[in-house]
Design a protein around this ligand. Structure first.
Ligand code: NAI
Length: 688
């Protein structure tokens, strides 16, 4: 790393132009910091120079700090020293901001005397989303510009602000109409040598009610992220402590948090998510831009997928077999947009523009116009095959044909067409317009271009893609099934559903597995078990409690009863434990001759997570999951696994091999016949 190649100084008369050039995003690294420090030193010493501009080469100012450095002792010089040098140099320094000025990049800009932006700028302090707080003065300088309440809102949510909003908030002083560099140089000259340090400014008068509201909102949205409260405390101290003292306290908290388990988990996910979305080496070229999308099936998923495509700017044809279902689906999409407008989340004109790109139809010949067709009809292989035969007859050559199946064999679906190379799975999660995860299923014959098109579409829809192989349940549903099965074992052995749910909710899941099952409806899995009864391994342990519940008409929340009883009051549905369920479970254990024992919360969490880890390792060995870290991306983005815990693979690596091996030994014994034990090396191999 040569600092001189990452930062260099140019001259425009008496103005120094310090250029940060660390492609692709000018991430703040040790080399960048040290290059900046020496450039500032040079600028200070050079009597000819009266002002400086700091500008980024390429597509951003500084889009953040290099997170790889955050798990290690930070190399000198650290960012606060660079900013201190800017403040101390005696001559004004203007930040010329374009693209992104995020995290440490924005803190650097706040350490300058003025900020000139280009129209494409986004600024923000996303540190809290990575489990840390801004550590280079962000919590102290931002409130001096926007006040305590606004600073809490911005820092605790990691909000990104565009150039116009940045100007109206005072985060930047000017938006350059033409060339940014020239505008920043002109601005620097106009300062006529005067410094204007934010550290010397007073914090605007504190609006107590506004601060209390901002804190309450931040705590609500922040869940258990310890960085949220730390950020609130740091920002509030801007109003009460001397700048230097508050600054050093901020740094101390930053240093503690950056090494915390939560921050490590969040960094792990940051890299894992980026890696999962990276185009595959053999799938670099897309088949062509996707503009016209045909969605087949206007049910729950079809409507959600149609909304995602409309939101991404695509033209959407929504196809159905029955007029009634089509009308219901269309109304659902309209209601969705009406509710977004009513909630103030979307402008009425924008909603109207999106709805105008929707064409509901029963005329399948319109399929011929689609660049991409997504099928979301009933989960039944024969039905899907019939639909794909029909699509094959109508879609244009080269169109991408996708199925939203959640379990079925993609190759069997593709085989219904004469173009299996054009078929892939796009497995959305419910509600599709909200959930970020998109499993992109690669069939045996899916072409690299078709896969690349799927990845590009995911990006356009702002989804988090993960490429999986084609195998029953892909990655997510297969791991989730193993987890749920283990939880069923535990209720058969002695726990109750509410205890299992409570233990896993305490671990951080938004909902335990039995509450989730009730919400989804127990009948889906019931029907699947019935369909597969013929293939079931009769030697394997089989928990019949879910079947017994379904037999009793307890299909979950929609029937008012499942693993829990449900009551409606104050406009909400409340779950409560049900003695009838307990009796049913006790009878089921007794019928198998099982002596129930009490299970501790620690055992419940350990077994539930180990079952996920075990299945993840099997999927890696089979090549269905490409990388261990993909498993974490899937579970966190699609299945409510707590982000602060990093995912099952992260959890496993934190425990280490000896503890995992012992845990698996125990799990194999307790699970009984049918449990397939993995080889741990697949999840422990840090490469993936
Ligand atoms: P749904 O029952 O709400 O909707 C299915 C729709 O497809 C209905 O409107 C039906 O009229 C239509 N349809 C059925 N056969 C058709 C045909 N031959 N031609 C045209 N339209 C037809 O089902 P849902 O929940 O939307 O599921 C659809 C697919 O999405 C299934 O494959 C399912 O496994 C998958 N999926 C479902 C998830 C969920 O949480 N519901 C999550 C992820 C995937």
């Amino acid at each position: 790393m040569d600092q001189m190649t990452q930062v260099h100084m140019e001259r425009d008369g008496e103005v120094a132009v310090i250029v940060i050039d660390n492609p692709p995003i000018n991430a703040g690294s040790a080399a960048v910091r040290s290059g900046l420090l020496s450039a500032i030193g040079q600028f200070k010493e050079d009597a000819v120079l009266t002002a400086a501009v700091i500008i980024g080469a390429g597509k951003a100012f500084v889009a953040g700090s290099d997170l790889r450095e955050f798990g290690l002792p930070l190399a000198e010089p650290q960012l606060p020293s660079v900013i201190a040098a800017i403040e101390a140099c005696g001559k004004p320094v203007v930040a010329a901001l374009h693209g992104a000025a995020l995290g440490g990049g924005f803190e650097l800009a706040l350490g300058c005397d003025a900020r000139v932006a280009s129209a494409d700028l986004v600024v923000g302090l996303p540190e809290v989303t990575l489990g840390i707080i801004p550590g280079a003065g962000g919590t102290q300088r931002l409130p001096r510009l926007v006040g305590i309440a606004r600073a809490i809102r911005m820092i605790c949510s990691g909000e990104r602000v565009d150039s116009e909003a940045a100007l109206s908030l005072g985060l930047v002083d000017q938006i350059a109409s033409g060339d940014l560099r020239a505008a920043a140089i002109a601005y620097a000259r106009r300062l006529q040598g005067t410094k204007s340090r934010l550290s010397e400014r007073a914090v605007p008068a504190v609006d107590e009610a506004g601060v209390a509201a901002a804190i309450a909102a931040a705590r609500r949205a922040g869940g258990r992220n310890p960085a949220v409260q730390a950020a609130i405390d740091a920002v509030r101290s801007a109003a009460v402590l001397a700048f230097d003292q508050a600054l050093s306290e901020e740094r101390e908290v930053f240093q503690q948090l950056r090494l915390s388990a939560q921050a490590r988990a969040l960094r792990h996910l940051f890299f894992a998510e980026r890696e999962a979305a990276r185009p595959l080496a053999d799938a670099a070229a897309v088949t062509g831009a996707v503009q016209r999308v045909a969605v087949i099936g206007a049910g729950t998923m079809g409507c959600g997928i149609a909304i995602s495509a409309l939101d991404a700017g695509c033209d959407v044809r929504l196809l159905e077999q029955q007029a009634e279902a089509l009308e219901r689906g269309t109304a659902r999409i309209q209601d969705y947009y009406a509710s977004r407008v009513a909630a103030g989340k979307l402008k009425a004109v924008e909603a109207a523009a999106r709805e105008a790109r929707l064409q509901p139809t029963l005329d399948w010949s319109l399929l011929a116009e689609a660049d991409l067709v997504i099928e979301a009809v009933f989960e039944d292989l024969a039905v899907k095959q019939a639909v794909f035969r029909r699509i094959d007859g109508l879609a244009r050559p080269g169109a991408v044909l996708a199925s939203n199946t959640s379990y079925l064999d993609l190759d069997a679906i593709a085989a219904a067409t004469r173009r299996p190379q054009d078929v892939l799975g796009l497995h959305f999660f419910s509600p599709a317009q909200v959930m970020r995860l998109l499993e992109i299923v690669r069939g045996a014959q899916t072409s690299p271009q078709v896969l690349a098109t799927g990845l590009a579409l995911a990006q356009r829809m702002k989804k988090q893609p993960v490429v999986t192989g084609s195998a029953f349940g892909f990655v997510g549903n297969r791991i989730y099934s193993a987890y749920r099965r283990q939880c069923e074992f535990m209720i058969e052995e002695g726990a109750l559903p509410q205890q299992v749910d409570a233990a896993l909710e305490a671990f951080g899941f938004a909902m335990g597995p039995f509450a989730v099952a009730d919400l989804s409806g127990l009948d889906i899995a019931w029907r699947m078990r019935q369909a597969q009864a013929g293939q079931r391994d009769l030697q394997a342990r089989y928990v019949d409690i879910p079947d017994l519940l379904c037999d009793a008409g307890r299909l979950g929340r929609k029937t008012g009863a499942g693993y829990y009883a449900y009551e409606n009051s104050d406009g909400k549905t409340h779950r409560r434990s049900d003695p009838q369920v307990e009796a049913l479970i006790l009878a089921a254990s007794a019928a198998k001759g099982m002596l129930r024992r009490s299970l501790g919360d620690e055992e419940i969490v350990r077994r539930a997570l180990l079952s996920m880890v075990n299945e993840a390792s099997l999927l890696l060995a089979e090549g269905v999951a490409q990388r261990a870290s993909d498993v974490d991306v899937v579970l966190v983005n699609g299945y409510g696994f707590p982000r602060l815990q990093g995912g099952p693979v992260f959890w496993a690596r934190e425990r280490g091999e000896p503890a995992l091996t012992a845990g698996l030994d125990e799990l194999v014994g307790l699970s009984g016949p049918g449990f397939v034990r993995c080889e741990l090396r697949h999840v422990l191999n840090q490469e993936g």
